[in-house]
Design a protein around this ligand. Structure first.
Ligand SMILES: Nc1nc2c(ncn2[C@@H]2O[C@H](COP(=O)(O)OP(=O)(O)OP(=O)(O)O)[C@@H](O)[C@H]2O)c(=O)[nH]1
Ligand SMILES: [Mg+2]
Length: 390
């Protein structure tokens, strides 16, 4: 599957940059392309300059709102982010249209943080334009949810995230939810953490996108997972996870020991699936998913039907309501990897929490405003009786 990736704002741009890196890796290691184009859109010139893999020209690193923001971002006002993209949409739509292999694009992936200003505001507006122009191309969004400490100190964080989630839900075919808090590594600095998080966020997409693009017969699985399967799976709120199980160097091939080895393989498969579930990009209950998909990637010699069945059964036991699609990809060398997607989630507690908190925020903001207006009136009345020297 090939994606056209557009990152909005700082967070979105950096993750789009990771997708550009992923495509380079796919080309170098596997001789295939998985990204037809990667663009970054921002109101902040410094953020665009700091990217590494997205081409360093104005067609790929697109600065918008220069006149309104002076190139320094919108300072968390996501309405302004939305307004700027509405006014300057052609600056973004034109490079998309002239992408060299545009016709090979299977879907759009737009990426942004929910809590910021530029990306949070821009993503749904841009999505709306893309939907109007390219009716048949699926539109996917990836929204990064803020860290816990950000939610505590800055009310606008919650408000932005809620408005962004609602707006994207109205336009996108599916939304990958990524919770920053799930990826925090205590022993890293903030900057290292963000870079590490971005790598972990895109990692599950590597095998998933490559599997259907393979050209070499020996790497083509018995059951290929291609763009059609992925498109059929993705709908509404979605999470993605990745699990990995190392394969020991020495294995016992014959007799009773060989039989035991087969048992170990199944165990490794189930273990990788359980890791993928616990590493999902947002904590959720698999029983809430209406659709699911998993891809097993392992050395060809490691894959057999009983392993594939065991893994499928272990998912069925927890994603009880989901239609499950699957595939195998004979690629990895020393490990057995599972990419897992749970989609059309019926009940996402974290999303509902943002909506509820945002409603509280709006009503307390109104009350505060009315209070201020009342005080203001009082001051004006009192001032009327005081003589002025002017
Ligand atoms: N995972 C991840 N999160 C990030 C990154 N950069 C920022 N964030 C998160 O994104 C939110 C802030 O949004 P930004 O993307 O910086 O904002 P923006 O879209 O550039 O908007 P403005 O700066 O307000 O114009 C916070 O919740 C950050 O924790 C990143 O590189 N990776
Ligand atoms: Mg910014």
């Amino acid at each position: 599957m090939k994606l056209l990736v557009i990152g909005c704002g700082q967070c979105g741009g950096r993750i789009a940059d990771e997708f550009a890196r992923l495509n380079r890796k796919a080309r170098a290691q596997r001789g295939i392309d998985i990204v037809t184009n990667a663009l970054a859109v921002n109101t902040d010139i410094a953020d665009l300059t700091g990217l590494s893999f997205i081409r360093p020209d104005q067609q790929h690193r697109i600065l918008v709102g220069g006149q309104k923001t002076g190139g320094h971002g919108v300072g968390k006002i996501n309405e302004l982010g939305a307004e700027i993209v509405r006014e300057e949409s052609e600056k973004i739509l034109e490079p998309i249209k002239t992408t060299r292999h545009f016709h090979e694009t299977d879907a759009f992936l737009l990426v942004a943080s929910g809590a910021g200003g530029t990306g949070s505001g821009a993503i749904s507006i841009l999505g709306q334009y893309l939907k109007e122009r390219y009716v048949d191309k699926p539109l996917y969004n990836l929204i990064v949810l803020p860290f816990k400490h950000e939610e505590k100190v800055e009310e606008r964080t919650i408000y932005n995230t809620a408005t962004c989630l609602k707006s994207t839900y109205l336009v996108a075919d599916a939304i990958f939810l990524v919770d920053n808090q799930r990826f925090v590594r205590k022993d890293f600095s903030i900057q290292d953490n963000l870079a590490k998080i971005n790598t972990l966020v895109v990692e599950p997409f590597y095998n998933l996108l490559c599997a259907g693009e393979e050209k070499k017969p020996r790497y083509i699985g018995a059951k290929i997972l291609d763009a059609g399967d992925i498109i059929q799976t993705l709908s509404g709120w979605t999470v993605i996870g990745y699990g990995k199980s190392q394969i020991p160097l020495l294995k016992l091939p014959f007799g009773a020991a060989g039989f035991r080895e087969q048992g170990n393989e199944s165990q490794r498969g189930v273990q990788a699936m359980s890791d993928a579930v616990s590493e999902l990009s947002l904590k959720c209950n698999p029983a809430d998913a209406r659709r699911a998909l998993y891809l097993l990637s392992a050395p060809p010699g490691e894959m057999n039907m009983s392993l594939v069945n065991e893994i499928g059964n272990s998912l069925k036991r927890i994603a009880t309501e989901a239609v499950i699609r699957s595939g195998d990809y004979p690629r990895e060398k020393r490990s057995l990897d599972i990419t897992l997607i749970l989609s059309e989630l019926a009940n996402v507690g974290k999303v509902m929490e943002y909506f509820t908190k945002a409603i509280h925020y709006i009503s307390s903001y109104k009350r505060r405003r009315e209070g201020i207006e009342y005080e203001q009136q009082g001051i004006e009345e009192a001032l009327r009786d005081i003589p002025s020297l002017l």
